[in-house]
Design a protein around this ligand. Structure first.
Ligand code: G3P
Length: 199
């Protein structure tokens, strides 16, 4: 319907607003696309600008997923439409029309889009991600493992949303192809920025 199409388009356009690039620009930090991993996301902004800038990026990137998913849910759209709208938000973040189609990995946005399903799911996803980070110190690996678990958690908690969640998870994992290659080669970067050794 026209409503669903309008929601898909607005989710994509809102998703295309790169919080990482804008927060860094506003705070006089270097462009995240040219520093660290080169990824315009909260993890890389943490490397470049520290916790408060990263938290801002995380918040706005999550909002880009949470708002359209929540609105679509309140409008009573079916779960396939919900999934497509959530995917559109993530695709905006990953291939932003306003930033030469070079965006991030969609982790925060996908998490934001899954969060309205319920606080239990949100807590399980956050818990899994934090636990994985504590174990391995790789933001990317934590995101991949959490994305793999998400459809199972959803199936357990509210099986109406398994399909849209699995769609989002697949997108996140595919988008981490380069991270997976780096992880396998032992070349993936962890959270902290590389400190220059003191002499
Ligand atoms: O959220 C993106 C994360 O999974 C990987 O980020 O900067 O380590 O490639 P980065």
């Amino acid at each position: 319907t026209a409503l669903t199409l309008g929601m898909i388009l607005s989710a994509y356009l809102a998703g295309s607003i790169s919080s990482a690039v804008l927060v860094c620009r506003l705070r006089g930090l270097p462009d995240p696309r040219t520093q660290g991993s080169g990824n315009p996301g909260a993890t890389n902004v943490l490397r470049i600008g520290g916790v408060s800038s990263a938290a801002l990026v995380l918040f706005f990137d999550m909002l880009k997923g949470a708002l359209p998913a929540y609105i679509a849910f309140r409008l009573g759209l079916d779960s396939v439409s919900l999934g497509i709208i959530a995917i559109a938000a993530c695709l905006g973040h990953i291939f932003p029309i306003f930033f030469h189609f070079k965006g991030g990995k969609g982790v925060a946005t996908a998490f934001g889009a899954m969060a309205p399903i319920g606080p239990e799911l949100a807590l399980l996803l956050m818990g899994s991600w934090v636990l994985m980070v504590l174990i391995c110190r790789y933001s990317s690996l934590a995101a991949i493992v959490t994305a793999l678990l998400a459809p199972f958690y959803t199936w357990y908690l509210d099986d109406r949303f398994v399909l849209p969640v699995a769609m989002l998870s697949a997108l996140i994992i595919i988008r981490h192809k380069e991270n997976i290659q780096r992880l396998l080669k032992g070349e993936e970067s962890k959270f902290s920025r590389k400190k220059t050794p003191k002499t």
